[in-house]
Design a protein around this ligand. Sequence first.
Ligand code: LLP
Length: 431
Amino acid sequence: MSHFAYRDGQLHAEGVPVAALARAVGTPFYCYSSAALVEAYGAFRAAFAGMNVRVCYSLKANSNRAVIATLLAEGAGADVVSEGEMRQALAAGVAPGEIVFAGVGKMAREMRAGLEAGIRQFNVESIPELRLLNEVALSMGRRAPVALRINPDVDARTHAKISTGKAENKFGIDLGHAAEAYAEAARLPGIAVEGLAIHIGSQLEELTPYRQAFARMAELVQNLRASGHPVRSLDLGGGLGIAYQGKAPPPLADYAALVRETVGGLGLDLILEPGRRLVGEAGILVSEVLYVKEGVSRNFVIVDAAMNDLIRPALYDAYHAILPVTEPPSDAPVRRVDVVGPICETGDRFAEQRPLPPPAAGDLLAFCAAGAYGAVMASAYNTRPPAAEVMVRGSGHEIVRPRLGYDAILAMDRLPAWLAPPAARKSRGVG
Ligand code: LLP
């Protein structure tokens, strides 16, 4: 059930009218539904009931601490790809033993931080990375728990920019080199190799690529074991899609059945790293219409959110449904409009030729399914403070990330001494 729905003609987030939030917080803002997060996690968990599966929520989808803590309270661990995300997970209360550290370019200091914290495992993506981790661990008198991320050379059939499992993608160790890499990992004294990992892409809308990839991993596990290597764990990554444009995504039950069939019988500790599927539909971005500009060939609806707040349409031509916050009458006329932000780029466009009941200045619009890869990808481009973030629970709401003030943004920069105003130059001893 959607936790964003019309009630008495007004879009609500759970029990809270979105328009009331806009008045309280100002626009643009992200609004997350606590109940939607809990429900998405519960459905995911339930699909894997009875299986030895650990769910490590992929923080990259949304690393707001309130979101992490909500999922943690339901039992989730964390998949992180940077020291920053690891710190966010720890700050939210995730136990170090429930944290998986992935990523193709870990730095020595990040490895050190992970070892110091005592995380569950590093998913290692190359031989040079494996060797560096070995050195770092030995220098600390530790052994680093490791899963080798394998590139299974499978086409995830998703957007090219978020497809990660083909041999030409930068991710993972080629399947053909996996046995060699595993043998090397087993020899390195600073490495405790526990198993394997994969992640073939994001926003997968069909299950066939998973079936191919998981089957290849099952075969690899058996081959490694036949050569005398213990393989205890398998991390299957994330990537399950959501419905952005009506098309139903693969059902969780089918995904779980696939996992059971392909790798369920191998006696492995399984890890899953869902991101989008847990948080995508639990968030909306709310924006106010600034102007409606009637063009010669197009009508533009100019809103106060922009590509610095939600970059997915500009970056991936992604579709986000747009709902007027005040429910239009069912017989309202519909026109095709371009919904655009104020940033000085043609790509700052949320929707092209989208049929909508014609909005007017001052109207509020909600961009749907914006809980994943929305706020986390925001920037201050055009020196625009990114959208605030709010979480709703029942009939209450709290600001979970305030909008940065201009003072905070301006205070980030420093002038070099040679450009400082004369008075400051004198006090800093510069001619
Ligand atoms: N595990 C690994 C190793 C990953 O690289 C990713 C996503 C995930 C798990 C989580 O995938 P999910 O379940 O969320 O699909 N910014 C893009 C998506 C980038 C995904 C990167 N990796 C977007 O807005 O569509």
